[in-house]
Write a protein that binds this ligand. Structure first.
Ligand SMILES: NC(=O)c1ccc[n+]([C@@H]2O[C@H](COP(=O)([O-])OP(=O)(O)OC[C@H]3O[C@@H](n4cnc5c(N)ncnc54)[C@H](O)[C@@H]3O)[C@@H](O)[C@H]2O)c1
Length: 323
């Protein structure tokens, strides 16, 4: 076992919630060599013990990394705390009741992280992620750049995958973003979608592979929106792609990569929206969101973003979070 070293160079990631998403993220993160130490916390100690034991048996195959179970004492020197803790909907429970329960869980964890005087970044993953990012921000009392949600990083990946398949082009040459709520009101930003540097509207006539592009467009966006429902219906939860999306966000934080990612961030007037967390293109670095890119959206796209913000505002108001 490698001893924990308390230094600037020591990259420590604490993961709260050792369920399907938390454990898969740990597994993916361990393989990258990005973190020196990964600490897993869950209110179910049996589960943490099992997950940690299973993970450490992989150590001969990972780059060197210390993986262990921990407690709230681990927050103070963490560069990144990832919150995947939550509870799922019980029979007869309404979405609002579930939202209140998860807000209490995530809000309580955010308070503990702030109490520990952690200097790192808080990354919320638990759903509904935009509302819970807002709750974590308010309950922690932190600066807005340091509390972010995984937002539509996963949805943007799904979008790129579907476009890549449709166009028959390597996904790495497809740049495309889903913005707004991580949920039903999310939308595709076609004006920022490009294939090999060519805007999709100009690329299509060059490609000429499909005749009914407008219809296909709508189908692709619907498929992105419905992805989680399909996966949950088939296997109960989503974990692999979200785990990798979290690794991408982690890399940008721990390595100060300045990656442009559609994380959920608190807006203060950007795009004419105030006091709501939702996904917009953000430059992500070791301080969290270094900059929000206020890209020029079309009037329709701006309407969609505003609609998402209104829906999220209503959800926040239903919680009556203390500001
Ligand atoms: N944002 C995204 O893109 C995205 C994608 C997939 C899943 N999710 C969300 O991530 C969350 C986790 O999903 P999952 O499939 O891993 O769920 P899960 O039920 O497998 O795991 C949740 C874990 O949280 C733990 N927990 C609950 N309250 C806790 C507390 N107060 N302190 C510590 N641990 C606590 C539970 O014991 C459980 O092990 C869910 O809210 C899910 O909707 C988000």
């Amino acid at each position: 076992m490698i001893k924990s070293v308390n230094s600037e160079q020591h990259r420590k990631v604490v993961v709260v919630g050792a369920g399907s998403v938390g454990a898969t993220y740990c597994y993916a993160l361990a393989q990258t060599g990005l973190a020196d130490e990964i600490v897993l916390i869950d209110r179910n100690q049996e589960l943490v013990n099992g997950q940690v034991l299973d993970l450490v048996h992989g150590q001969p195959f990972f780059p060197t990394v210390n993986i262990r179970s921990g407690s709230s004492e681990d927050y103070s020197d963490a560069q990144l705390v990832v919150i995947t803790a939550g509870t799922s909907q019980r029979p007869g429970e309404t979405r609002l009741q579930l939202l209140r329960k998860n807000a209490e869980i995530v809000g309580g964890i955010a308070e503990e992280i702030a109490f520990a005087k952690c200097k790192g970044v808080m990354l919320v993953v638990s759903n509904p992620v935009d509302v819970l990012t807002y709750v974590a921000l308010k309950r922690s009392g932190w600066e807005r750049n340091r509390v972010i949600g995984s937002g539509t990083v996963l949805d943007s990946a799904r979008f790129r995958h579907l476009l890549s398949n449709h166009c028959g082009i390597d996904v790495h040459n497809v740049h495309a973003y889903i913005l707004g709520e991580h949920g039903d009101s999310e939308f595709a930003v076609w004006s920022m979608t490009n294939v090999a540097g060519i805007n999709i509207d100009e690329y299509c006539p060059v490609c000429g592979n499909c005749s009914d592009w407008n219809e296909k467009r709508q189908l692709i966006v619907q498929q992105v929106r419905d992805s989680a429902y399909h996966i949950i219906n088939s296997k109960g939860s989503t974990n692999f792609a979200v785990g990798l999306a979290l690794v991408k966000i982690t890399a940008s934080i721990l390595r100060r990569q300045n990656s442009v990612l559609t994380v959920s961030a608190m807006l203060r007037g950007e795009f004419g929206i105030n006091d709501v967390c939702l996904s917009v293109p953000c430059v992500v670095t070791d301080k969290g969101v270094a900059r929000i890119i206020t890209s020029p959206l079309t009037p329709e796209e701006l309407d969609s973003l505003t609609r998402s913000a209104l829906i999220l505002r209503q959800a926040i108001d239903s919680l009556s979070v203390d500001v």
